[in-house]
Ligand binder design. Structure first.
Ligand SMILES: [Zn+2]
Length: 77
């Protein structure tokens, strides 16, 4: 069994910071349409947006993710 941390790395999660609030989350693209975001406790506190679930609800973070995909920083299968 993998530990949670190893699973992040093995699962292709990349650390990404929100361009506005600099909250660092772990992001993984499983397909061009599907984005998995893991919010850390620090990130949820830092990002001003109300978060209900593991969904990128911060519009700036969403833009940051799109930009990371565009620049090839975030791999898309
Ligand atoms: Zn944010």
């Amino acid at each position: 069994m993998l530990t949670e941390r190893e699973e992040y790395l093995e699962g292709g999660f990349e650390e990404l910071a929100c361009a506005r609030c600099a909250a660092v989350v772990r992001v993984r693209k499983s397909s061009p349409q599907q984005t998995s975001v893991q919010w850390t406790t620090g990130a949820t506190r830092q990002c001003a947006t109300t978060l209900g679930a593991l969904v990128p609800t911060c519009p700036d973070l969403r833009a940051s993710i799109d930009y990371a995909v565009l620049t090839g920083r975030l791999g898309v299968p």
